[in-house]
Design a protein around this ligand. Sequence first.
Ligand code: NAP
Length: 294
Amino acid sequence: MTRWLVTGAGGMLGTDMVAALTSCGAHVTGLDRAGLDVTDAAAVTDAIAGGHPDVVVNCAAWTAVDDAEASEEQALAVNAAGAANLAVACAGVGARLVQISTDYVFAGDAGRPYAEDDVPAPRTAYGRTKLAGEQAVLDRLPGSGFVVRTAWLYGAHGPSFVGTMIKLEDRRPTVDVVDDQHGQPTWTADVARQIIALVHSTAAPGIYHATSGGQTTWFGLAREIFTLLGADPARVRPIPSSALSRAAPRPAYSVLGHSAWAGPRVPPIGQWRTALRRAFPELVAAQRTSAPTR
Ligand SMILES: NC(=O)c1ccc[n+]([C@@H]2O[C@H](COP(=O)([O-])OP(=O)(O)OC[C@H]3O[C@@H](n4cnc5c(N)ncnc54)[C@H](OP(=O)(O)O)[C@@H]3O)[C@@H](O)[C@H]2O)c1
């Protein structure tokens, strides 16, 4: 049986990755940050040499996009050096490594979905550090390194735009949401299942895009959330990105193409609206049990 190791197992994607593997009867070890700090090269070597996994899924990351602008070195330590530590250790035991990455490696100004082999051009510190992580894995593991880029994630086990909107619908008469950023809302549980399918397929190492099909804007997503809550979607009002001040610029266009899945004949993740409907009861339940927001 394939032995899996998931790093960053306490995070939003990491939690669903371990759950998806557990529910399909896989042999999985999940290590949260306290269990394995990926920036600690010796600890990474020990964990991988000791556990001898066949597949490592690296869900550990510095994900604070705005904070990375002032702390790029610290973000780089997790997102690039951490990935490199794992790649070296995986090479030592012959394990495959799945490195999770992001739409932020692209400039975000395209007029068509980004292909897996489009040239990255990150415009943020976070994007630069994630791109360095991709390169660390692909350079060190040319025959067994996988980069899975995702975007616009939501899930039951971490803060997300969807969770925030569910709370705001209950607390505010109206909400203003940007309508000039385009992307693919994606459920962490779908990404986890897609990674399992990838590893179980004949897929060649390299880059894959694990996002939902279709596309919308944050405004479109918020209106869909209000509709699912039985609320009037007109309470969501469109604003331009220029109305918000952020340390890191947000990509205007984050839509990722899914051509690489044709090679191993793995169906891409389905349409975003369908996924949101499936996920919604779990997301609402998670908000009801979570601590109040600011
Ligand atoms: N969320 C999105 O919309 C989105 C979009 C595109 C790509 N991604 C990518 O998807 C992956 C998973 O993100 P997520 O949304 O699940 O983020 P998350 O909830 O922030 O999970 C990241 C986890 O990594 C842990 N971590 C941080 N530094 C670590 C270290 N040095 N060693 C070990 N663990 C460490 C964090 O622990 P602490 O909480 O204790 O710091 C956290 O549990 C990341 O690679 C991210 O870049 C996310």
